[in-house]
Design a protein around this ligand. Sequence first.
Ligand SMILES: Nc1ncnc2c1ncn2[C@@H]1O[C@H](COP(=O)(O)OP(=O)(O)OP(=O)(O)O)[C@@H](O)[C@H]1O
Length: 281
Amino acid sequence: MGRCHPADREPLTLSSIMKTARIPAVINRKIGRAMHDWQMLSQGDRVLVAVSGGVDSLVTAWVLHLWRDKAPIDYDLETVHVLTAVAGQEEAGRRRAEAVGRCLRRWGLSYSVIPGLPLPPDQPPSCFLCARNRRTQLFDEARRRGCGKIAFGHHKDDLIETFFLNILYSGNISTMLPRQDLFGGRLGLIRILSYLDKHDVSMLAARAGIQPVASGCPLAGDTRRSMVRGVMEHIESLIPGAKNSVFAALDNVRHDYLLTAGRDSAWGVGVDSARHRGEGK
Ligand SMILES: Nc1ncnc2c1ncn2[C@@H]1O[C@H](COP(=O)(O)OP(=O)(O)OP(=O)(O)O)[C@@H](O)[C@H]1O
């Protein structure tokens, strides 16, 4: 089994991984469908995989690595880890980066580490600020290397959580997309696990022997996202299948039954609102 644990240093070849840790057909189909629906990869792409050391981004790197062997197109893979910039976490961050590197290099992937941008001194450190800096850095890094794609480890549960976060905290209906093009199409963000549940991703990690490298960040886990995750888990326990329904809803929007419908119609929102209130008849 291709274990990805720092202590395990057995040499590992791609064929041995393929033999022992094949992706189950049903999961492979879901990944393939996401890749196809969103045209994630093209011939000659250079893909930078953003690897935190969490299970999702390690699985993303692993899947893209395996797929390269059988895909009808050629693409290059590079991996990068952004060091934490949270004060007091420097040493733990470096150890984490080394552990991530041991894992990726054993698959034969090229790996580099870039320092995190300093956090603003006038604001308390937060996951939001780190993530915003990291995003900027990853975009710059991809441009510097000539990579037209960045692969993230987000999966279906992340898309659902983002949908609720945007409704609850930002008052808009949106989520992150399996593929999002930026800068006039010069950079594409791809999320190859978008159609997989967290459970599928954990199962793949177990098959590949991937053991995530713990974050250790004192801020991790204490976020709006983790709260929404807890709420979603509770809803799913009350209404089994709710998460799948929410995900299906993201692809089944009844525009005519949203408040924007009135504004976009010939008679305008003022008239529509008046009608709803039973006025103006
Ligand atoms: N330090 C980092 N360096 C490089 N990429 C990162 C880093 N942190 C996060 N990412 C990227 O952003 C994605 C989402 O970040 P998030 O903080 O939700 O991940 P995580 O829960 O720490 O780890 P994972 O998603 O890998 O399980 C990750 O899947 C990964 O692709």
